[in-house]
Write a protein that binds this ligand. Structure first.
Ligand SMILES: CC(C)(COP(=O)(O)OP(=O)(O)OC[C@H]1O[C@@H](n2cnc3c(N)ncnc32)[C@H](O)[C@@H]1OP(=O)(O)O)[C@@H](O)C(=O)NCCC(=O)NCCS
Length: 189
């Protein structure tokens, strides 16, 4: 029987080389492995403070060395993250990633500022989630978004996520969870 566990998936993929890292498509976007040729776009887009403001793991200012370090990490055999570059045909316009692959994976995403409000993330997130649930034995995906990040809440809600927190009063972030069954039920509607 094939081993469909997340860990097996993580070990087998090498995103930079495109081996074991699928290329997915939506109506307007290609979801592919991020590559060294994306560094300049990542720096230009993720370097915008409006973009990184809500991203815990994207420092500001953001340098080419930061981007290269992230890409190098993704290609390591023990990486616990898999990431997709969102490409509209002109190049990378954003990223979706799943971290903590060996636990409950957590989705994270961003788009360059000029690409907001066009429905791109609502279009791409379900396809990336469909791949994760289809290619691995993942039971649930977690998410975290600032209380005021209404665009992100809308993306999560549309993909079927339910709010689970915060558990602690005064916590800045809201937490969300999407169970495998809930995702497929949401996609049937
Ligand atoms: C969050 C983010 C990825 C949303 O992507 P997007 O493609 O712009 O979102 P969509 O166009 O699919 O819009 C989703 C919903 O949010 C709404 N929306 C979009 N931008 C908005 C904004 N600035 N303020 C309020 N609502 C907004 C849309 O109208 C849509 O609502 P609807 O479903 O009722 O029509 C994007 O704003 C972004 O990259 N932000 C910075 C990084 C970030 O916050 N990442 C998430 C961290 S948890």
């Amino acid at each position: 029987m094939p081993d469909r566990s997340v860990d097996a998936h993580t070990r087998s993929r090498t995103p930079g080389a495109g081996v074991g890292h699928p290329t997915l498509a939506t109506a307007r976007l290609t979801l592919r492995a991020p590559a060294g040729s994306d560094v300049a776009r990542i720096v230009a887009l993720a370097g915008n403070r409006e973009v990184s403001h809500f991203l815990a793991r994207v420092p500001h200012p953001y340098s080419a060395a930061d981007a290269r370090a992230w890409l190098a990490y993704l290609q390591q055999a023990h990486a616990r993250e898999v990431a997709f570059a969102l490409d509209d045909g002109t190049g990378l316009i954003g990223v979706i990633s799943f971290r903590a692959l060996d636990e409950t994976p957590e989705i994270g995403y961003w788009l360059g500022r000029e690409y907001w409000g066009k429905g791109y993330m609502s279009e791409a997130a379900p396809v990336a989630l469909g791949w994760l649930f289809g290619a691995t034995a993942t039971h649930a995906v977690a998410a975290r978004a600032s209380t005021v990040n209404t665009a992100s809440h809308a993306v999560l809600s549309r993909a079927g996520f339910a709010r689970t927190g915060p558990d602690v009063a005064g916590e800045r972030d809201q937490t969300f969870r999407l169970d495998r069954a809930a995702f497929f039920a949401c996609m049937m509607i």
